[in-house]
Design a protein around this ligand. Structure first.
Ligand code: AHR
Length: 496
């Protein structure tokens, strides 16, 4: 049977919320400090302490929403330590991540400035594990209260007259684990209590996100939805792609055998099952899909690079990561009726990062390039896609070889993205764009590699980068496409 992809260009299946392309930056390792914040006195060129090179690179990928300050760090973060003159700020130990001293130089004002400079919406995660209701409530008052109030006045004293706009607020993080080791029943009640005091001041309307399940803990979702679903706007889910075992060896980011390539792809695709199953439970309590599924931590998690601090979660990033990112986006698009936001972990120097830095140097990872290639799908309408495209076989196991997604933007432009997860074989297929009245005009970009661990380094920063995609022949509204192994492609299609 010939390989074939049919795209029904008139059959729209829902809007792809741009927030699916969200990010996560935690006080962990060198993500915030060094990666984003260098301080105003730094020789590294910066805007009020935020490094310019990283800022410019991140602007280019249109980050719609940024989650902060954690992660596990969120449930031991006390926001009042991070405001006022920097030299007076309290120093604390970051017990989760390397036991290093946190000087609190990057706090609420600095984060809000970062969001402003990036043109991104803030998503702040509050402290339930070790914080009080009053503390959480006052943080929201500090950030969003317009009139005269103790917290608003204090914000003004610290140099910010007008309140910030704050849309997304998380009530705790991983409260089944680092956020307090709670039972779902207990957290469901705490969620009800804490969220009561996350107030909407003036015209600021907060989208409240409850701490969700770890991987396949379906009971957590069930208990949360049953007891607190009516009080939340979003419920989170965390799932990382880890080829090995979390505790005994996750696998190397760079030096991995073939079977780890395959298993990484298989585990990435598992996200689809998790969304379906958690989604089915959410449907039971929320058939209208009012509550968004917020996958606010996802991505690859490998062993740290040899010689680096084990608590800093610094890993390199290869073409394998690029394909994992593309697979996730294709899956998230498919579930865009329920998945309203996702946040890759993490933006700089931690886990599946966009950017790696060393002193004043910065490199873009293959994952960054996929975010860049896929940004055309933000807020576009998902199109119906049928694929008959063959399988990727390894050691008697099979996976679908090519994953495809397509969308139409507000100007009627169609974008089709696909990735070939096979590390050996290419694929050729016919792409039938049903519903076009005229011949297609096509341009494309590809990111590919010849070896499984192709990556960018400080010595060779452009080994993996997007180039023009030429292997496409246009015949009216039908395209003949050939893609190499280990590749991600985005086509832009208009009508002649
Ligand atoms: O992203 C790293 C950590 O992974 C986060 O802090 C935590 O929420 C998760 O376990």
């Amino acid at each position: 049977m010939a390989n074939k992809v049919i795209i029904n260009t008139d059959v729209k299946k829902g809007k792809i919320n741009k927030n699916i392309y969200g990010h996560f930056a935690e006080h962990l390792g060198r993500c915030i400090y060094e990666g984003i914040w260098v301080g105003e006195e730094s020789p590294i060129p910066n805007t009020k302490g935020i490094r310019n090179d990283v800022l410019e690179a991140l602007k280019k990928i249109n980050i719609p929403v940024l989650r902060w300050p954690g992660g596990c760090f969120a449930d031991e973060y006390h926001w009042k330590d991070g405001i006022g003159p920097r030299e007076d700020r309290k120093r604390m130990v970051n017990t989760h991540w390397g036991g290093v001293v946190e000087n609190n130089h990057f706090g609420t004002h600095e984060f809000m400035l970062l969001c402003e400079l990036l043109g991104t919406q803030p998503y702040i995660c509050g402290n339930v594990g070790s914080g009080t209701v009053q503390e959480m409530s006052e943080w929201v008052e500090y950030m969003t209260f317009e009139g005269e109030s103790p917290m608003a006045n204090w914000r003004r004293e610290n140099g910010k007259d007008e309140p910030w706009k704050l849309t997304y607020f998380g009530v705790g993080n991983e409260n089944w684990g680092c956020g307090g080791n709670m039972r779902p029943e207990y957290y469901a009640d705490l969620y009800r209590r804490y969220q009561t005091y996350v107030r909407n001041y003036g015209d600021n309307k907060i989208y409240k996100i409850a701490g969700g399940a770890n991987v396949d803990d379906y009971n957590w979702t069930e208990v949360l939805m049953e007891n607190s679903g009516h009080l939340m706007d979003g419920l989170s889910l965390h799932y990382y792609t880890i080829p090995g075992d979390f505790w005994t060896g996750k696998g190397s980011a760079l030096n991995f055998p073939e079977d780890e390539w395959f298993i990484t792809m298989k585990k990435a695709i598992h996200m689809d099952e998790l969304i379906s199953k958690h989604g089915n439970i959410m449907d039971k309590y929320d058939p209208d899909k009012r509550v968004g599924m917020i996958i606010d931590e996802w991505g690859t998690w490998f062993d740290v690079e040899p010689g680096t601090n084990p608590g800093f979660l610094y890993q390199q990033n290869t073409i394998r990561d690029a394909i994992v990112a593309a697979l996730h986006f294709n899956i998230f698009h498919q579930h865009c009726d329920r998945v309203q936001m996702t946040n890759i972990a993490q933006t700089v120097n931690v886990l599946q990062a966009m950017i790696l830095t060393e002193g004043e140097e910065m490199i873009l990872t293959p994952t960054y390039h996929v975010f860049d290639m896929y940004k055309v799908h933000q807020d576009a309408e998902l199109l119906s896609v049928d694929t008959q495209i063959g399988t990727y076989e390894y050691n008697g196991e099979t996976l679908p070889q090519v994953s495809v997604t397509a969308s139409k933007d507000g100007n009627g432009n169609i974008h089709v993205s696909f990735c070939n997860i096979d590390h050996v074989n290419g694929n050729s297929f016919e792409l039938d764009l049903r519903g076009l009245s005229n011949a297609a005009k096509v341009s494309g970009t590809i990111i590919k590699a010849d070896v499984m661990n192709a990556h960018n380094s400080f010595e060779a920063p452009e080994t993996v980068k997007p180039v023009a995609f030429e292997d496409v022949e246009v015949n009216g509204s039908v395209l003949s496409v050939s893609i190499p192994p280990m590749s991600v492609v985005t086509l832009a299609i208009t009508e002649d």
